[in-house]
Design a protein around this ligand. Structure first.
Ligand code: PAF
Length: 278
């Protein structure tokens, strides 16, 4: 497995690999877990060459403490990627990705005015900046993203349409711990007490799907929020039931063929997100 730090050195190899077959790409911010590894394994299966980027992108953090405390485990990540069959790791420094400040501003329309976009202003613009640069450097045939970041996947699809890129976006199922908690790099930052309570988020989402057969959208939302907030260690920031394509909140179940319930919960100092299809 190669480890590259600059776009020049990476490009020299990818030029050749591109003539030999497809390139699969998994962008990450490191602190890898089984969720990331499932994306890597799928890419390895579906492509001739797999590139994984590890870069904690400062422009997508709207909270400096979150950026500082974001877990960084490069050596362990490299060992996991090697075992997963990854061919190349791209692990650039900030100045390699941003030799100049990136002034670009993307218009993702209504996709970015709700949920994560509303709570974390500028977050998706930063994601657009870094992912568009990475797509430009790697020029992959396919790129793999986890559905835990449901809104991010919609934003990336919009980015690809805006920039008229030919990369295929492959969205992959959420990988969960045995107790149901969605795998996330931030889980390692939970205190033992918060870690014990955190599975209640997915439990409540599963119950919400059951309630939805008898309750209105509004009632389902309220009941789910109340259920999670029963734990003094968890506090729901939002729970929205949205149309899976437009990401706009629905009022009646009939408004969306596939409604998705998206949730953000504060668990002490750690913010967790999850979602479920109704
Ligand atoms: O999902 C992530 O880890 C990040 O948002 C991404 C896509 C790697 C961009 O920094």
């Amino acid at each position: 497995m190669r480890i590259e730090k600059t776009k020049q050195s990476m490009n020299a190899i990818l030029e050749e690999k591109r003539t030999e077959g497809t390139i699969g790409f998994v962008p990450t911010m490191g602190a890898l877990h089984e969720g990331h590894l499932s994306l890597v394994q799928r890419s390895v299966k579906e492509n001739n060459y797999t590139v994984v980027s590890i870069f904690v992108n400062p422009t997508q953090f709207n909270n400096s403490n979150d950026l500082e405390t974001y877990p960084r485990t490069l050596e362990a990540d490299i060992a996991l990627l090697e075992a997963a069959g990854c061919d190349m790791v791209f692990a650039p420094e900030v100045k390699e990705m941003y030799p100049e400040p990136d002034q670009r501003s993307f218009d993702f329309g209504d996709l970015e005015t709700v949920m994560e976009g509303e709570m974390r202003p500028g977050h998706f613009n930063g994601v657009g900046q870094v992912v568009s640069k990475l797509f430009d450097y790697v020029r992959p045939h396919r790129a793999y993203f986890g559905m835990k970041d449901f809104q991010q996947v919609a934003i990336i699809q919009k980015l690809v349409a805006l920039l008229e890129l030919s990369v295929e976006i492959v969205s992959c199922d959420i990988i969960r711990e045995d107790d149901g908690l969605a795998k996330s790099s931030r889980n390692t930052l939970l205190t033992p007490e918060h870690r014990l309570e955190a599975p209640n988020i997915y439990k409540a989402l599963l119950e919400a799907v059951k309630f939805s057969r008898e309750l209105t959208v509004k009632e389902t939302i309220q009941k789910t929020i109340d259920k999670i907030n029963e734990s003094s260690l968890l506090e729901v920031e939002y729970f929205s039931i949205v149309n899976n394509r437009t990401l706009q909140p629905i009022k009646k179940w009939e408004e969306a063929e596939n409604a998705v319930g998206c949730i953000a919960v504060q668990a002490g100092a750690v913010r967790l997100i999850d979602n479920i299809v109704f």
